[in-house]
Design a protein around this ligand. Sequence first.
Ligand SMILES: *[C@@H]1O[C@H](CO)[C@@H](O)[C@H](O)[C@H]1NC(C)=O
Ligand SMILES: *[C@@H]1O[C@H](CO)[C@@H](O)[C@H](O)[C@H]1NC(C)=O
Ligand SMILES: *[C@@H]1O[C@H](CO)[C@@H](O)[C@H](O)[C@H]1NC(C)=O
Length: 392
Amino acid sequence: MAIPYRITGGHSRRSPLPLPTARAILAAVITGAVLSILCVLSFTHSFSYLGFQPRSVDKRESSRKYLYWGARIDCPGKHCSSCAGLGHQESSLRCALEEALFLDRIFVMPSRMCLSSVHNTKGIIDSSNATSNPRWETSYCAMESLYDIDLISKTVPVVLDNPRSWYGIVSRSTKLGEGDVVHVQGVSRDELKDNPLYSDALLVNRTASPLAWFMECKDRTKRTSVMLPYTFLPTMPARKLRVAARKIKEILGEYDAIHVRRGDLLKNRKDRFGVERSLHPHLDRDTRPEFIKRRIAKWIPKGRTLFIASNERTPGFFSPLSDRYKLAYSSNFSSILEPIIENNYQLFMVERLIMQGAKTFVKTMKELDSDLALCDDPKKNTKNWEVPVYTR
Ligand SMILES: *[C@@H]1O[C@H](CO)[C@@H](O)[C@H](O)[C@H]1NC(C)=O
Ligand SMILES: *[C@@H]1O[C@H](CO)[C@@H](O)[C@H](O)[C@H]1NC(C)=O
Ligand SMILES: *[C@@H]1O[C@H](CO)[C@@H](O)[C@H](O)[C@H]1NC(C)=O
């Protein structure tokens, strides 16, 4: 749905006008402003009827202005199937939320998240017959089925961009002639905050990189204040997902966990001599049970309960670990998960909460220096395709 917007540069607010005209315009602007404030307030009020709670937690009531980054995280076209996985999309979403926080604006969140086909082709719960399960085939899901929007709103006020709430606000205020939708591209965060041309607008429609929103936060490492940590969104899953994770953690008691990423990261390709090459040459080896066992022995004592989250689909792949550990997978808890899990993103979010509750947690690859990891290959920015190593 196309919503009319005003290109910032084309506005002639600053040109001198004959006094009576200026007065008339001023009066009109004030009337419009009052009307739009009333309008926004009444819409805010009606959120409660539509299932959106008024954000009473938000103490910045006077600044009910909006920030919009687009209808889909990271997705340029119609093809949800070519989207990035949950991790990338979360980085992007966090970047946008951070900007809303910085600008003190309500973030207009896409109401759906694309499910990447690469990361969602197979179910985990019933891995023996996963491809036949039609529930895994949808290519997007409702944002509310993944995240607790109210919980996020306690930190960054958020409204979903669904027609009921969001478009109502935009079209109403546009009709009043006081739409104040500015469309920006390539404008820095600081300028959006300081330049009244943008800061006074009811809605800032930013055109973020459609390929990867998180590019807008590229210089994040250099910035002195990181407003939202990487851990923010992983702690915000929808209530039913958090409840499921809590139940599973209770059943597990005290446990350790490993996250074993195989499938998606084990992408090999052949060079021109037909030799297999990989970006993570030790990963395939290091994520096999014999190597895992040797690696984690110094961190996780024999006899412990070990929760394994993995995208490995081979049945019994990790069974060799069972001579040292009591193994548990999400498939052990299908009675809790089956009724609520509709896609792999939700499942991973539950698994991630479980992993967070582990006494000792071993990742696939290090992200921070303090992380324990199965494999010493660098996770990011590897550009060298190397021959995989299988020997010790
Ligand atoms: C935001 O800008 C995009 C790109 O120009 C446009 O297609 C879209 O309709 C705008 N949305 C709103 C709500 O203004
Ligand atoms: C997988 O599911 C399909 C349809 O539900 C069924 O026909 C088939 O026999 C199942 N295969 C296995 C190996 O269980
Ligand atoms: C989980 O299921 C596996 C078989 O799939 C079984 O060997 C293991 O003991 C179960 N773990 C728990 C904690 O029930």
